[in-house]
Design a protein around this ligand. Structure first.
Ligand SMILES: O=C(O)[C@H](CS(=O)(=O)O)OP(=O)(O)O
Ligand SMILES: [Mg+2]
Length: 251
């Protein structure tokens, strides 16, 4: 029996055994959605970093730098944390260093102990499911949450992933979020409009980001961490031709 469990906050990661597992890091609003979008639109690779200054230093190495704190683009950075900035191959071929409030921190917490790290989002849900079905590892979904707290959108993704995988499991958090995802039905935007992060983004006039991040299966990319860099897994690169943006192949 393959197992899937959910860690609802990075603060609880020490309670989980990451060894031998695939850790799927998810930050629906917006870091993981942005990473999947950037790589599906031709960005060559992404270096996820927790620290603003460390990320800023990549500018001197001719990398593009994306930085966000509290929903706003950080000073001196080329880009913030909006997936929409990467549409249409605007940054195809670029190397991107990225730091965000929650998402990049969650990745760095998982990095030390896990066998394999994938980046999950609703945008590449089915591609991630297809990959996990043929791999032989158990799965831990690590929800980035918000500043250490639970948030509903990341945990909702865990429910969606688990239901789509259809594995038996004994994780109460996953079970709860399967039920919530089933209740949300097809209209995730409507369901999540009262979520705290959706309200924060609305305050910054980022409603379009919310709708985009909740789109299901826009991309066929499986995104993984490969020696500290996020890339599209080569086996999935071929499928990226099918994406609406019609990107060139790159991994
Ligand atoms: O940019 C985002 O949407 C958030 C900002 S905050 O958590 O609301 O301050 O960052 P993320 O790391 O994508 O959760
Ligand atoms: Mg978030």
């Amino acid at each position: 029996m393959r197992n899937i469990e959910t860690c609802i906050s990075p603060e609880l990661i020490h309670l989980h055994d990451l060894t031998q597992k695939t850790v799927v890091v998810v930050d629906i609003f917006r870091a993981s959605s942005t990473m999947v979008t950037a790589l599906s639109n031709g960005v060559r690779c992404i270096k996820p970093l927790s620290d603003l200054d460390e990320c800023r230093n990549y500018k001197n190495k001719n990398w593009l730098i994306a930085g966000e704190r509290n929903g706003q683009q950080a000073e001196g950075f080329d880009l913030g944390n909006s997936p929409l900035s990467f549409l249409g191959n605007a940054f195809a071929g670029e190397k991107l260093a990225m730091t965000t409030t929650n998402g990049t921190r969650a990745i760095s917490l998982a990095e030390a102990d896990s066998e394999e790290i994938l980046i999950g989002s609703f945008l590449n849900l089915q591609a991630t499911v297809d990959y996990l079905q043929i791999s032989d590892r158990d799965v831990l979904v690590l929800c980035a949450g918000w500043k250490g707290k639970f948030n509903i959108e990341d945990s909702l993704y865990a429910g969606a992933l688990s239901l789509t995988l259809g594995w038996k499991h004994d994780c109460d958090a996953t079970l709860a979020m399967e039920a919530v995802f089933q209740q949300a039905g097809e209209n995730l935007s409507f369901f999540l409009e009262k979520a705290s992060h959706a309200k924060r983004l609305q305050n910054h006039q980022l409603e379009k980001d919310i709708d985009f991040c909740l789109e299901l299966n826009r991309y066929n990319a499986v995104v993984h961490l490969d020696e500290g860099l996020l890339k599209v897994k080569p086996a999935a690169a071929k499928q990226r031709r099918l994406s609406p943006e019609g990107n060139s192949l790159q991994s």
